[in-house]
Each structure stands twice: as C-alpha cells, then as structure tokens.
Design a protein around this ligand. Structure first.
Ligand SMILES: Nc1ncnc2c1ncn2[C@@H]1O[C@H](COP(=O)(O)OS(=O)(=O)O)[C@@H](OP(=O)(O)O)[C@H]1O
Ligand SMILES: [Mg+2]
Ligand SMILES: [Mg+2]
Ligand SMILES: [Mg+2]
Length: 352
C-alpha cells in the first residue's frame, strides 16, 4: 500500500521550483570567481551552494528531525579564502528565501518576505546535508545542481530532490530549467519539473507548477529504440554503450545530455534507455545522482537496475556501493538489454 505523503510532496515541489528559479537567475549573472574546483576535480558554483542552502532550509523548517544527504558542504566557504563566494551565496540564498509566496507555498517553511537568514544560518543549512545515509528511517537527498558541467555550458542541468523511507525512494522531484517541453522543438518553450510519488505515478509540470501531464513510457519498439547517455566521457563509458548499441542493432545515435534530465526525458518517451557504464576508475555512484530519477522512471512504467540486473540500493550510505553501472528502460526492454550489456562486458573482459 502506498502512503500519500501529501505535505512532503508539496514541499518538495515548492523547494525545487524555488531552487530552479534561483539557479537560472545565477546562470545569467555568473562571474569568473564564482566557481570552485572540488577535491575530486569537479566544479561547484555559487548556484550549487545557494540552492542546497535554500532546499535544506525549507526541509528543516518543515521537518526538523529529518536527516539530509546533500552533495555539497560549506567547509571551503568557512575559511578566509571563501569570503567572496560566501557573501554571494548568502545574498543569493536570501533572495530566493524571501521571494513572495506562490500557490502551494507555506510561510512555515521559512520562506517569504522578511525570512532572510544570517551567513552562519546559511552555512549551517548547507552543512545539514552531511547525513551519512542508511537503511532505516526517513531522509531527504539533495543534488542542488546535478550536471554542474552542463550548467556551466548553458546546457542541461537539474535541481534534484528525493524523499527516502527505509531505503526506498518515496518522492522524486527534478527541476530542469533548460529542458525544452518538446525535444524536437529546441527553440520552443523551456523549463520542466518532473514529479513522482511511489504508487501514485509520475507527472511533468511547467516550471511554475502548471499544466500537469501524466507520464508513461512507450513500449519497446526495435525501429525507434535509442539510448540517452552522459555528455562527459569521464562519467560513463561511451565505447561500452556503443558496443551494446551494435549488439542490439540500434540505428539511431544516442542523445547526449547532462544530469538527471536524462531520466526525465526517458520517462516522457524521448529515448529508449538511459545507460551509465563504469569507466573503470573506481568511481562510486552517489545516491543523489539517481534517487529521484529512478523513481520517476519506475512510476512511468520503467525499471532501473545495474549491469547484473539487480535493483539500485539506496540504503548503503551516500553511495550506491561498488559501481556496476546503471540501466533505466521500459519493462519490455529489460531482458534484451541485460543480455546485450552482459555480452558487451564479456567482450571487453576477454580483450583486457
Ligand atoms: N568519474 C565519474 N564517473 C561517474 N560520474 C561522475 C564522475 N565524476 C562525477 N560524476 C557525477 O556525474 C554527475 C553528472 O552526471 P551526468 O550524467 O550529468 O554527467 S554528464 O555531465 O552528462 O557527463 C555529477 O553530478 P554533479 O556533481 O551534481 O554535477 C557527479 O556526481
Ligand atoms: Mg558535483
Ligand atoms: Mg549530480
Ligand atoms: Mg550536483
């Protein structure tokens, strides 16, 4: 039986909508010294930090006892060299926190005019995302900007939030400010929010929360089947995916796109499968890069599993553990895809 989680859903949509607005505003004004390179060489911008502060703050006002797994932490903002970025982040987070209430917003979530926070409170809100995750209880999972490289290129990125109970994703919300409403019309309307609640299906909304459209993936069809995959070659093995594509005799080229916008596209039928194959450098996938997207696909009639056909485990901590890849597709393609993936991996092993 599914539980409604009505307030959690409303809160998640409101937080992602506000953060999507914040990040698209930041992009238009981003200057050179507003991006850092993290220890793992990946970029993080004032937009990532401010969006995590905003979402984390709203969650904490609504559910003070719920732990949060968030991608970012404020350590490099608390030192002297982080002063310029810190000040900008506080300004951006406060602009977003104090925006007028919109339909579906509640002042109790710490938002609306007069709800600005101190620098210390903003940094604490970012650091509240330090939960180590685990198998039991409620938790929230934030990726404030997923696909930061795509964000910096002015391409696709996503504001991602999941609500997890006992290691099962119950709510997934993904805001994609740059995603065309219709991929075949790249110059048409842009900006989508994807929402899924376990047992209640999935929807696409406009960025304002209007025009809810139910999502349902089309069944497997050999002649139109294609893949969606990451842009960055360091994040997924493009060559393994090409092998899988050849084994299946797929004629259409893959759609390359950053972030969990890939899961959104798949859920609405823009592609046949999303494949993410390990590059062999020992990288462990993070739960915030897959939690909302996986529920979105499942609630649209799809399945998400690793290269052995096993479901993703969100109860292991902040990562998905040993990287066996991620495959998301419509149910009717699952068996074919696992077989092709196994075949491709065996060929690679034989060559190594
Ligand atoms: N080496 C490696 N392998 C696999 N994955 C990695 C790796 N490094 C980073 N990341 C994570 O990839 C997240 C972005 O994934 P995308 O699919 O959007 O990648 S891409 O930008 O389209 O290439 C990206 O998310 P964000 O940091 O939120 O942008 C990272 O969590
Ligand atoms: Mg990152
Ligand atoms: Mg990410
Ligand atoms: Mg991120």
């Amino acid at each position: 039986m599914s539980i409604a989680f009505t307030t959690e859903k409303q809160l998640a949509i409101a937080a992602v909508r506000r953060a999507s607005y914040l990040t698209s505003q930041v992009f238009n004004k981003l200057v050179k010294n507003e991006t850092l390179t993290k220890g793992d060489k990946s970029p993080v911008t004032v937009g990532d930090y401010a969006a995590q502060a905003l979402i984390s703050s709203m969650l904490h006002h609504a559910y003070p006892d719920d732990p949060i797994v968030g991608e970012e932490d404020a350590a490099s903002l608390r030192v002297e060299s982080g002063k310029t970025m810190r000040e900008r982040i506080v300004e951006l987070a406060n602009e977003a926190l104090t925006m007028d209430l919109q339909e579906g917003d509640y002042a109790e979530w710490g938002i609306g005019p007069g709800k600005a926070k101190s620098a210390e409170e903003i940094l604490d809100a970012i650091d509240r995302g330090n939960y180590s995750g685990g198998r039991t209880g409620r938790m929230w999972c934030i990726d404030p900007i997923d696909g930061t490289k795509g964000f910096l290129r002015g391409e696709q990125y996503a504001v991602c939030l999941a609500f997890i109970v006992d290691a099962q994703v119950q709510i997934g919300v993904i805001g994609c400010p740059n995603l065309p409403h219709d991929l075949s019309k790249p110059d048409g309307g842009k900006g989508c929010i994807f929402v899924a609640v376990r047992g209640q299906g999935a929807q696409q909304l406009s960025l304002t929360g209007a025009n809810p459209t139910p999502l349902s993936m089309p069944p497997y069809e050999a002649s139109t089947f294609n893949f969606v995959e990451s842009v960055e070659a360091a994040h997924t093995s493009h060559s393994t995916i090409e092998k899988i594509s050849n084994i299946l005799g797929i004629a259409r080229p893959p759609i390359r796109m950053d972030s969990q916008a890939k899961y959104g596209c798949l859920a609405r039928g823009d592609g046949g499968a999303y494949l993410r194959m390990p590059t062999g450098v020992g990288y462990q996938e993070k739960i915030w890069d897959h939690a909302p997207g996986s529920l979105l696909v499942e609630e649209s009639g799809g399945v998400v599993f690793d290269s052995r056909g096993k479901p993703l485990d969100f109860g292991l901590g902040r990562t998905l553990g040993e990287n066996m890849g991620v495959i998301a597709t419509v149910k009717s393609a699952q068996a074919k895809l696992i077989e092709a993936v196994q075949k491709a991996l065996e060929t690679e092993k034989a060559k190594a």
